[in-house]
Ligand binder design. Structure first.
Ligand code: NCD
Length: 335
């Protein structure tokens, strides 16, 4: 069996995500974003975080604007998170139902975009199973329109990377002292790739990539991480562990995988396997969780779990991003 699946993402295209004033014009990938830019977005998102038990923070900076959620792949939390983020900024929100969308009837994605532009949609939030779709849309939209990537095949999930970074930064402001172990199906994971980009750019202490053979990232990807094909050495020194779901929908039937039971025993983030850790690590997971496979309830719901915080912080990250790209798009349009 091959050690690593050859699923390296294409190099980021030349299309600039950043406008003349340094603000994000679109968000397609975290590749190439500076530490200053990422830090500024995390700082902006913190302004949208209300203390627990308080009312959600609201603003009307996007009043009169329309955000279209185009999810051509299933999603619950990311779509809900974008919808709430847009609503809390005062925008109108359109959720295009993939099951009834014209894409199924053979209309090209760009025809769908042009149709929605004619209805005065200002921001497109796009999730698609194919590599390159968010960039293609960003290249095609009018000057006053912005695009946010909400999950692109196995290669990019920038808003997830930013919410993971915000969550761990809030729990451990001394990120430079933190060892993060990302455990699971790395080869097929856009979450792992975007998390690596965010944490590496922010100067985290160490990133351990832990995966069974066949699920590791290609050797040339992410040189600043240490790789482990066994759990024990990968998590022994971890301050935080991010567990990932096995991406069955991206794995072709010929790849040989561990059974769910063997995976749970050997790579699961479980009460038993946490005994391999010297410290008591924080636990992260992007969701949706498969309890009994990559994680158990003891870890998912325990006192060290940040999983609910990740969801909460996700809305704030998306508010910060929507506000920024919309403001940049308006200026680009001369408004
Ligand atoms: C992830 C995704 O869609 O990539 N989920 C999410 O956005 N919260 C992870 C997954 O599907 O396993």
């Amino acid at each position: 069996m091959a050690e690593a699946a050859n699923l390296a993402p294409p190099a980021a295209s030349g299309h600039s995500q950043v406008d003349a004033t340094g603000r994000l014009r679109h968000l397609i990938t975290l590749q190439g974003l500076s530490r200053e830019t990422i830090t500024r977005i995390l700082d902006a998102a913190e302004q949208f975080l209300a203390p627990p038990e308080h009312l959600a923070v609201r603003s009307n900076v996007m009043a009169g604007r329309t955000v279209a959620n185009l999810f051509f792949e299933p999603s619950t939390r990311t779509r809900a998170s974008f919808e709430l983020a847009a609503a809390r900024l005062g925008a109108d929100v359109l959720n295009l139902d993939v099951k009834t969308s014209s894409r199924k009837k053979g209309e090209s994605i760009l025809d769908t975009i042009y149709t929605l532009e004619a209805m005065q949609c200002d921001v497109f939030v796009v999730r698609d199973a194919a590599v390159g779709v968010p960039q293609m849309i960003a290249d095609a939209v009018r000057p006053g329109v912005a695009v946010l990537n909400a999950g692109e095949a196995h290669v990019n999930h920038p808003t997830q990377g930013l919410l993971d970074a915000l969550t761990l930064r809030l729990a451990r402001p001394d990120l430079e002292n933190v060892t993060l172990a990302i455990v699971g199906d790395l080869a097929h994971s856009r979450v792992a790739r975007s998390a690596y980009e965010a944490f590496n750019t922010l100067g985290i202490g160490a990133i351990h990539l832990v995966a069974p053979d066949g699920m590791m990232l290609d050797e040339h990807e992410y040189p600043n991480a240490q790789r482990f094909n066994e759990l024990a050495p990968g998590i022994e020194q971890a301050d935080a562990i991010m567990a990932l779901r096995i991406q069955h929908e991206r794995i072709d039937g010929n790849e040989s995988l561990l059974s769910s039971a063997d995976y749970h025993e050997q790579f699961g983030i479980t009460e038993r396997n946490l005994k391999l850790c010297r410290k008591s690590p924080l636990i992260m997971h992007p969701g949706p969780m498969n309890r009994g496979v990559e994680i158990d309830t003891f870890c998912a719901d325990g006192p060290r779990s940040l999983i609910t915080e990740q969801v909460r912080n996700g809305v704030a990250i998306r508010m910060a991003l929507l506000a920024e790209v919309d403001s940049s798009a308006r200026q680009n349009h001369g408004e």
